[in-house]
Write a protein that binds this ligand. Structure first.
Ligand SMILES: NC(=O)c1ccc[n+]([C@@H]2O[C@H](COP(=O)([O-])OP(=O)(O)OC[C@H]3O[C@@H](n4cnc5c(N)ncnc54)[C@H](OP(=O)(O)O)[C@@H]3O)[C@@H](O)[C@H]2O)c1
Length: 278
């Protein structure tokens, strides 16, 4: 089985490459090969390679910048994935699209969002991913849509995830103010990648899957746990999202749960493993 992984140098892409099952031929595609927006090169590459599966992790996901750059956001997160899904469908290839909890509006309470909850994005990033989901579904029936949330894991970027950003701030500041009214499921790329491979390897029915660690937390409690595990003596103070002065509309509640897959381990256990390896 020949599998292209896009965004292969990213957090999730590199975990997918590392954890690929034996016998799978992995073709990592990174920005160094070419920018996916170079559609002629992309088309040629797909035609030459004729992969059985494409797992598309590459995305424009800096949510604040997405608001300023809606065209680039839509191209990278909606149009390119739809184009790839359509192309690989020509030879019966499977397209796996990595999507996000940000397709939801965040108004649910008390329980996580499940696969059959209705998306209703409230910012450009969420909209672009939701449109990408539609494109992929329409253009290739042999698709997987894996929605995940608040990723942390091995990254080549010094501040490439929330954990590293909190550690960096905690080493430079005496007091950290962190938002306590946004709720998420932090998810470890290692666990998410293994579950994605399981779904593909098991030839699970095509469709949408939520893949996130178990548990729900606020950004504040997530930060408290990071600081505690690192043994840092910094004071973490809860603030509201409004107090953070961000103009971006974010879902206030976007934990993910699955009705189709067994639960992954709790995010705290996964976080400990990740931080032990830092
Ligand atoms: N991170 C999260 O908290 C989170 C939460 C929910 C869902 N997701 C989704 O999960 C997926 C993986 O996220 P991640 O955290 O692993 O992202 P990441 O670490 O930023 O990796 C994404 C990779 O894609 C590459 N890429 C982006 N645009 C490209 C383009 N036009 N052409 C070629 N390569 C391009 C990036 O290269 P550069 O670094 O050079 O740009 C990067 O190596 C994404 O689809 C994201 O939307 C992420």
């Amino acid at each position: 089985m020949k599998v292209i992984v896009t965004g292969a140098k990213g957090q999730l892409g590199s975990a997918l490459v590392k954890n690929a099952p034996a016998g799978f031929e992995i073709i990592p595609l990174t920005r160094k090969n070419f920018d996916l927006r170079e559609t002629d090169r992309l088309k040629q590459f797909l035609q030459d390679t004729r992969p059985d599966v494409v797992i598309n992790t590459a995305a424009f996901h800096n949510t604040e910048r997405c608001e300023e750059m809606p065209k680039d956001t839509m191209i990278v997160n909606s149009m390119i994935p739809s184009f790839m899904a359509d192309m690989v469908g020509d030879w019966g290839g499977i397209f796996a699209f990595i999507s996000t909890d940000y397709v939801f509006n965040g108004q649910k309470r008390g329980e996580p969002y499940y696969e059959d909850d209705e998306p209703d994005p409230i910012n450009i990033y969420g909209l672009s991913k939701n449109t990408g989901e539609y494109g992929v579904k329409l253009l290739n029936s042999r698709h997987y849509i894996f929605r995940t949330s608040s990723l942390f894991g091995k990254t080549s970027k010094p501040l490439g995830n929330f954990v590293l950003r909190i550690l960096d701030r905690a080493r430079r500041e005496n007091i950290l103010r962190v938002v306590n009214d946004i709720f998420i499921t932090p998810s470890y790329t290692n666990d998410v990648s293994l579950r994605i491979w399981e779904v593909i390897q098991n030839k699970s029915p095509f469709g949408i899957y939520h893949v996130a660690n178990s548990g729900t937390t606020s950004w504040f409690d997530f930060a408290v746990e990071i600081v505690k595990l690192a043994g840092l003596k910094v004071e973490v103070i809860p603030i509201s999202y409004q107090e953070s002065n961000s103009k971006l509309r974010r879902p206030k509640w976007s934990p993910l749960g699955s009705k189709k897959l067994p639960p992954l381990r709790h995010w705290k256990e996964a976080l400990k493993e990740y931080m032990d390896e830092l």
